[in-house]
Design a protein around this ligand. Sequence first.
Ligand SMILES: [Zn+2]
Length: 419
Amino acid sequence: MSILIKNILHQNRRVDVFIENNRFTKIAPGLETAADKIIDGSQKAIVPAFYNTHCHAAMSILRGYGDDKPLFEWLREDIWPVEAKLTPADIYVASRLAILEMIKSGTVFFADMYFYGEETMRAVKEMGIRAAISLVEMDMFDPAQTMAKMEATDRFLAAENPCPERIIKGLSCHAVYTVSADLLEFAARAAEQNNLTMQIHLSETAGENNDCREKYGVSPTERLDSFGLLTPRTMLAHGVFLNKQDVKIIGSRGSFLSHNPVSNLKLNSGMFAFEDLYTHFPDKITIGTDGASSNNNLSMIESIKFASLSAKIQASSATAGKAADVFRAATSNGAAAFGLDAGEIREGALADCLLIDMNHPFMVPAYNLVSDLVYAADSACISDVVCNGCLVMENRHVDGEEEIIAEAGNLAEKIISLK
Ligand SMILES: [Zn+2]
């Protein structure tokens, strides 16, 4: 498969972009190359796609199911009871809804932490994007559940990866307040032995930090580090309440942070210190949406605006959270965190990109493309999405989208009937 995009705006000049198999092979003006598909880029710009580094994709089916509550109340009263009733088939339908939503808002990769990961992998394989899929380790300190989780994880890791080209199989631990020492130890060992990525919720709320100190006498960062869970393959989600010592530990271990601005604001968790952390670790700060039930969508183009605006309030400075910084966090940093040679429009890189409709009113008059993408644009400005050298959205249409929406509607009716 090859694609030639003619006369498209790329870094303030017009070029042709040739994609062969799954990589950008040539970027230059006036290419005369035969291709399976030719796209007229004269009214468009080409930019990197988004890499969502913290998500619970199938939670899209719980969008609006419970709102306007603090984190723990919301989890206990609304989310955990209904999640317990979802079947593998439900997770497949819900994952397809989430992936559709992600493609439509320019995301080509998501790091997922949920259950029935096999079903989410099936949806990812079919719909053409990338993902890091992990089963969530969470035993609520119940030894019976600890054993069950260990066995499920062993089975998940032993099973064949249905699409190694686009799917990374990894591990995740829910948080220090839901995972026992035995399970943390097991996860750390499994990640080390198999060289796996690890995702963990960390210091999302002040309550999590206080409880951890009371129970273990250390911060959540120190507790995870004591199990060897902080490595350059670790993605720490939220990191809202990190002290100087925590930041030092995370920095020395080379772990990544996933900033989830919309979820943090909606649940009133607190403000991520974007400017300070980005200044310390410009390569390590990435952006995530969290699940759609605490966001309430999976739009990275919306999240980068929130990341920038909340950084300015948090730092009391209009110069904080610069457009170029949040855009880098959401694109090349997110890709690098999961070892992907992607997130840039560059010869040799994996061919993931967005084509932007430069005639959309939000993109006019176009003095500064990155500024427009962060502060002005929304999903409707994205006309096409390429992932791994294939068009997964063309002229804002995704194959099978009508069926995905209809199936999600049927599942929502079932969920209401279970209440
Ligand atoms: Zn989360």
